[in-house]
Design a protein. Structure first.
Length: 459
């Protein structure tokens, strides 16, 4: 059964139709709410967010249609105005960087903090210093940062810091391209190792279960152990700062590149290093406009890496120091002053070979013709710096490794890493390799500029 319609209305509860012959004005009191003093005051109050007049909206739209957007992106830098009142703005978008000239009145009308996203328009299809743009639309405003050290993380946004980060990226990609172009395979050594007696290569760190693991200082054992299976391997990984005692706090000291090449002699691995450095220097010079100019790098400092590297023995280096009036002790590393004296004898980076066993890398082959001397080397970058890389020919037999008995290669140390001893005990392919300090490489090729962002209070 259909439900009867509400008798007092036409389906809208609480309202009824006017009677025949009755005007709507007569029933105004029922059709409209009663006008009170409060409602009159409310209607008389102006709206807080009134829309702009339609004419103003139309004029703005027509002006934007007549103008051309010459740049859109985030503001990286604001320069000083010229004599005609034009201000240069450096705008970056989609990895491209351009300079746009804007009238000073436009910046006065609309302040633009750095890192803001803007759209710059001009009435002319092209703009220049003589015909600057006249309108700036602030798409997204950024907070104006103070010029003190309270916002240290914002330093990465500067052109110099950006160029340094890009240069470091180019060096890493060039390094990998060079090695992988010679059929080297990238491997990832572990950061944590099981607690053992060989604590000289790791730092103790407790885990959640209460056990103690080791945060290694270098991954040379892991990379070296893979050479028999893969023949040509390399790894770019961090090494950690040695701590005192058991502590959960560890800092990455540097990034180290290690490369191991099967069937390569000592002389051949030095040729690999020299070719790698020449390749990286040429790559930086090809990108000098975008990378080196913002950093102020002197190209003459890169030219020396494109030349052949002289080779001298450790004994010859001692003779050079003696003739210069420095009596360096045999079997000790060169001091900063001694390295500076050696640098005066060369115009390019140079190799120091035939290192004594006390200075040679671990598991380096001893020269049978010269007892106490190994087939190893340092690559000296000049400018009084320490060795950029250390390398040599590796031991392949367990007997010779344990019998040498120097440092961590002593029999007691070998017992603490039995898995690495197995790589020699059960046969190992003849190979040579080197370790290169990647952070020192970046600073050397970039003229001593730091390729990262320094964090105050850390490190």
């Amino acid at each position: 059964m259909r439900k009867a319609k509400d008798s007092v209305g036409d389906g809208r509860r609480g309202r009824r139709k006017p009677a025949v012959g009755e005007s709507a004005d007569v029933r105004a009191g029922e059709l409209r709410p009663a006008l009170t003093k409060a409602s009159l005051v409310k209607e008389a109050r102006p709206a807080s967010r009134a829309r702009p007049p339609l004419i103003k909206q139309r004029d703005t739209a027509l002006r934007h249609l007549a103008e051309t957007v010459v740049a859109r992106g985030w503001v990286e830098q604001i320069g000083q105005p010229n004599s005609d009142g034009a201000v240069p703005l450096t705008v970056r978008e989609h990895r491209e960087r351009c300079t746009v000239w804007v009238r000073a009145e436009a910046l006065t009308r609309q302040p633009v903090p750095l890192q803001s996203v803007v759209a710059i328009r001009s009435a002319q299809p092209t703009h220049s210093e003589q015909t600057p743009a006249s309108d700036i639309e602030l798409v997204r405003a950024a907070l104006a940062a103070a010029g003190d050290e309270s916002h240290w993380a914002l330093r990465i946004r500067s052109p110099a810091a950006r160029a340094a980060a890009m240069a470091r990226h180019r060096l890493e990609s060039g390094l990998r391209r060079y090695l992988e172009g010679r059929e080297c395979i990238a491997v990832q050594p572990p950061l944590l190792a099981e607690r053992s007696g060989g604590a000289a290569e790791a730092t103790a760190m407790p885990d959640r279960s209460g056990r103690t693991a080791l945060l290694r200082h270098a991954g040379w054992m892991y990379v070296d152990s893979m050479v028999t299976a893969l023949e040509r391997v390399y790894a770019l990984s961090p090494v950690f700062q040695a701590g005192s005692g058991v502590t959960p706090v560890h800092q990455a000291r540097s990034w180290i590149l290690q490369a191991e090449v099967a069937w390569a002699s000592h002389e051949e691995i030095m040729q690999w290093e020299e070719g790698l450095m020449r390749h990286l220097a040429q790559q930086l010079m090809a990108d000098r406009a975008s990378l080196l100019e913002p950093l102020g790098v002197d190209l003459r400092g890169l030219e020396i890496w494109r030349q052949a590297f002289p080779i001298i023995s450790y004994d010859e280096a001692l003779k050079i120091l003696t003739r210069a009036g420095h009596r360096a002790a045999y079997g000790c590393e060169f001091t900063h002053r001694e390295r500076a004296v050696l640098d005066l004898a060369f115009e390019t980076p140079y190799f120091v070979t035939d290192l004594p066993t006390s200075l040679a890398p671990l598991v380096t082959v001893e020269d049978p013709k010269q007892p106490g001397v190994t087939r190893s080397h340092w690559l000296m970058p000049r400018a009084g710096q320490r060795a950029l890389s250390v390398g040599g020919e590796r031991m392949t037999e367990w007997v010779s490794a344990s019998a040498q008995g120097r440092g961590a290669a002593s029999p007691a140390a070998w017992q603490s890493v039995p898995w690495f001893a197995d790589t020699r005990r059960f046969g190992c392919v003849p190979h040579s390799g080197f370790e290169l300090d990647f952070d020192q490489l970046c600073q050397t090729l970039l003229g001593g500029r730091e390729a990262g962002v320094e964090v105050p209070g850390v490190g």
